[in-house]
Unconditional design. Structure first.
Length: 99
């Protein structure tokens, strides 16, 4: 579970990122979950865009991705979801320590 300070840090890190996945009409499926999981392992922090023709609500999409990849939802802003998962091999981000 991320603290407020850690989420704020991750939001600032994600600001300049562009979404690398788009969820469209088909919604979230197993293949997408697998690819997002691999991207999280490589990058730790990614953005996912929810297209207008997506039948699921953006909050449902965020919950499905988070549950499927065992990651944390940092932020949902507009139709963009920011997701974080600590990498086992490629640790890049150093989160602020919890007091």
């Amino acid at each position: 579970m991320l603290t407020g300070k850690q989420k704020r840090f991750l939001r600032s890190e994600a600001h300049h990122l562009t979404p690398i996945f788009q969820v469209g009409k088909g919604g979230v499926n197993e293949n997408m979950i697998k690819q997002i999981g691999e991207a999280l392992e490589a990058r730790e922090l990614i953005k996912v865009s929810v297209l207008q023709n997506c039948e699921q609500d953006k909050d449902e999409v965020a919950a499905d991705i988070s549950k499927g990849t065992r990651s944390e939802i940092v932020q949902t802003i507009g139709s963009t979801i920011v997701i974080y998962k600590e990498s086992r091999e490629n640790k890049k981000l150093e989160l602020p320590k919890v007091k």
